[in-house]
Design a protein around this ligand. Structure first.
Ligand SMILES: [Zn+2]
Length: 76
């Protein structure tokens, strides 16, 4: 097994999502943040609340964030 991940797979099991009912994107958790926050500054909304969720359970219904700081960097 190589370290390269394939589309739809991630190297983390937990993502963060905006608690908004309209949110449809999973973001990589910011490893430097105490609170659940997306790793990509572009996605971070100071007015939003984020919660940690298991990727496996949400992946069928949510998109993975395409920014490099989140999951975009894993795709070719
Ligand atoms: Zn993101």
């Amino acid at each position: 097994m190589s370290s390269r991940t394939v589309s739809g797979q991630t190297d983390v099991e937990i993502a963060v999502r905006n608690r908004s009912q309209y949110a449809r994107t999973l973001h990589r958790p910011d490893p430097d943040a105490d609170e659940p926050e997306p790793a990509c500054p572009v996605c971070y909304d100071a007015d939003a609340e984020y919660t940690r969720v298991p990727i496996a359970a949400y992946r069928p219904h949510y998109d993975l964030c395409g920014y490099p700081q989140c999951f975009g960097g894993e795709q070719s």
